[in-house]
Ligand binder design. Structure first.
Ligand code: CS2
Length: 476
């Protein structure tokens, strides 16, 4: 039996009315935010249907349109599989094909929230990491044109249209793994708006809201094997299926335009005054450890997180990273035990049912390491706290790039790919490799002093002997 192209999903009830436009309709939002929103509407009502927008690929639009915009979400754990159909997405647009339709729905009076999972690189940050890169080709284009290409471009042009029409702004809700994601988004949108009209920029500053948020759920990329598995357990073939772990968490600053939002508090979302401690703990402990496992695990020849974390050396390294290098860098959220949080992370990473590819996490290192590893590294260096394991992660990333520069396959997946590969290729030795590469990516510029370069080189030499490096106990 061929399953391809068949779908058992048809909508039996009318779609909900739309209140949210989501930019970047990848698996993560469909397995996390969309499910919370569905539950909030079931609990408390409200018109919070979601128009999904894909900025880069038509793939998910094509799959969801064949499905009446429904999809299956599978919860995977050693307790078995739980499956549900999510019906909160009302339509999907592929932005490059019809940018005007995207602007139209973003300027609709009923749209009160525009949420984003456009990934770290989608913010088009410049070398200072928290500002917009006006040399970015898409931003250059979007400044000249009323028909945008980038995420920031769509947000600014839609807000501008609302301002010119005298409408209220929408809340911009960033759900990406970036430090102070709301503030960062506000900063880049304000910089862009100032280039258009200062009165408009002032309106953005005073009327628009950019709450910070922390999102958490492990969502592996959907594969054909997963689609088959989903079909066996649910009885229908769904090309748009997403898989996720049982755990989920969402913490949001409760600061929405006109207080308009779904009743997320009713379904377990924490609505708080200050997200920073939650976000920092998650970004450093979970995402930082993920990056460590991705680069060290790839160098050691593992494929998935669950496989790599079962390696004693990698597990010891990650536990040391949490205990020695990260714990002291955190302002732990109220009523939270960091030890319990770390123990829970280990269990989540070990979930044998989640086939979370190291390759998926290793991509876009130039965009991910600044908030996960370089931030605490910089702070620990200034405060005289332990930092060697953080340096090991940077060294592993450098070796990973170097190995990708030696052959075309598998290729490096990073917005700075060309520059990074070139820098690795022309480096005559490890010291030059460290200096060439760290000069390129945003946020890395402030790192290398001579001492740090030497330490990185020494670790890179040891990484040749992987097991000695990951067992960095005591002496660091
Ligand atoms: C991962 C995250 O791909 C990555 O870089 O670290 O997607 C991670 O799985 C999520 O943030 C978990 O909430």
């Amino acid at each position: 039996m061929t399953l391809e192209g068949q779908s058992g999903l048809r909508r039996l009830h009318p779609s909900p009315k739309t209140g949210i436009v989501h930019l970047g309709l990848g698996a993560f939002f469909r397995a996390h935010g969309a499910i919370y929103i569905k539950e909030a509407m079931e609990q408390s009502g409200g018109d919070w249907g979601v128009v999904g927008v894909s900025l880069r690929s038509s793939d998910i639009r094509n799959k969801l349109v064949r499905n009446d915009c429904l999809y299956t979400a599978l919860e995977l754990s050693d307790q078995g599989i739980k499956s549900q159909v999510v019906d909160v997405v009302t339509s999907v647009l592929f932005a490059p094909e019809d940018p005007s339709a995207v602007l139209k729905v973003m300027t609709d009076e009923t749209t009160r929230i525009v949420s984003l999972t456009i990934t770290e690189k989608g913010y088009c940050r410049g070398s200072r990491d928290t500002t917009l890169d006006f040399e970015h080709p898409d931003i250059k284009h979007d400044l000249q044109s009323l028909v945008p290409k980038s995420g920031p471009g769509f947000l600014v042009r839609a807000l501008e249209m609302r301002w010119r029409r005298g409408l209220r702004p929408f809340t911009v809700l960033s759900l990406d793994n970036l430090s102070s994601n709301g503030l960062l988004t506000q900063q880049i949108i304000s910089e862009f708006a100032s280039r258009i009209d200062l009165n408009f920029a002032n309106w953005v500053k005073t009327e628009c809201k950019f709450p910070c948020s922390m999102v958490d759920r492990i969502v592996p990329a959907t594969s054909d094997a997963l689609r088959k598995r989903a079909c066996e357990s649910s009885g229908h073939y769904d090309e748009a299926v997403v898989a996720h772990e049982p755990f989920r968490q969402w913490v949001i600053e409760d600061d929405f335009v006109d207080n308009c939002r779904p009743d997320l508090g009713a379904v377990g979302v924490k609505l708080v005054y200050d997200v920073a401690p939650f976000e920092q703990m998650k970004l450093r402990m979970l995402n930082g450890a993920h990056s460590a496992i991705a680069y060290l695990g790839s160098l050691a020849g593992f494929e998935t997180v669950a496989e790599a974390i079962c390696d004693e050396g990698i597990a010891l390294f990650v536990e040391g990273l949490w205990r020695e290098d990260l714990a002291l860098s955190l302002d732990v959220p109220p009523e939270t035990s960091l030890e319990d949080y770390a123990a829970q992370l280990l269990t989540r990473f070990r979930n044998p049912e989640i086939y979370h590819l190291l390759e998926q996490i290793a991509m876009d290192g130039s965009q991910k390491l600044p908030q996960r590893i370089l931030g605490p590294l910089d702070e620990n260096l200034s405060a005289g706290r332990p930092y060697k394991r953080l340096l090991v992660v940077v060294a592993a990333w450098l070796r990973y790039i170097e190995s990708r520069s030696k052959s075309e396959q598998p290729e490096l997946n990073d917005p700075y790919k060309q520059k990074l590969i070139h820098a690795a290729k022309i480096a005559p030795n490890d010291a030059a490799l460290v200096e060439n590469i760290l000069k390129i990516a945003p946020g890395y510029g402030k790192l290398p002093s001579r001492r740090i370069t030497c330490e990185l080189v020494a670790i890179m030499v040891q990484l040749g002997n992987f097991r000695d490096t990951v067992r960095l106990e005591g002496d660091c």
